[in-house]
Design a protein around this ligand. Sequence first.
Ligand code: SAM
Length: 289
Amino acid sequence: MIDVCDIQVMKPLLAQHGFHFSKAKGQNFLISRWVPEQIAEYSGVDRNTGVLEIGPGIGPLTQQLALRAGKVCAVELDRRLEPILKQTVGEFPNLQIIWDDVLKQDIPALVKEKFPGLRPAACANLPYYITSPILSALLEAECFDTVTVMVQKEVAQRIAAKPGSADYSAFTVFCQYYAEPELLFDVPAHCFLPQPKVTSAVVTLHVRKARPWDIADSDVFFRTVRASFAMRRKKLANGLAAGFPELGKEGAAEVIRLAGFEENVRGETLGIPEFARIANEIVKRKAMA
Ligand code: SAM
């Protein structure tokens, strides 16, 4: 197997194919072998797993996943990588590459078609410029057991943040609604070529089999969350009134009171069960209107 993380191997390989990194496609390739080994190891992938990889690049993580998984499906946007991947991962019979934009895929249909009888997992060193849309699509697909991704450390901290902390955001609530995050390890910038400006981190999202909250309407729940964070450090009633103009300021204050909170409570201190209580009061109020 070609050691694609060895810079003495990688550079001539890229040169041989006239390949130049595309910043626009978020191409920072791994040059430290321990990183893809650890990501694959922590992802818990085994012969009973079907793995969707996003953005194989020249294949460092793909190799590690194909060595462990029952099947790997890798979706790559940049067709210039085709002859290189042929050389680096062409030997794996359990690997299929799909040349397309991952955001254009019907992920649940893909998983159903490619991984019958296998435990579906997703694993990737994500392109930074579309981390949130990809992660959202993977979680909303509601078909994976685990989603293990390398992202900017700042994003990993946001995914795993606790209510009231500086990193806590609407994206935190979105991720934790679907999954329980586990921060795994940091990856310094010198592990990539070209070097990004920031440290990266690997996180596993253990997708929830059931949600332990009573949420009457998930659309209203997410609207409530977005409205609550839209006006950070302001009173929740103002945020809610802006996000749900139909409530009005008084209606927003009443909803908060009926959900059991003080009127001056701040949205960024609330957890999922608390947002659920407020959202459910809004649903009740709408039903009565
Ligand atoms: N997995 C490789 C590694 O770890 O060295 C490459 C990771 S690099 C950060 C991100 C990869 O995602 C690149 O190969 C890039 O071409 C690919 N990519 C970018 N946008 C994509 C998209 N919308 N759909 C699929 N792949 C994409």
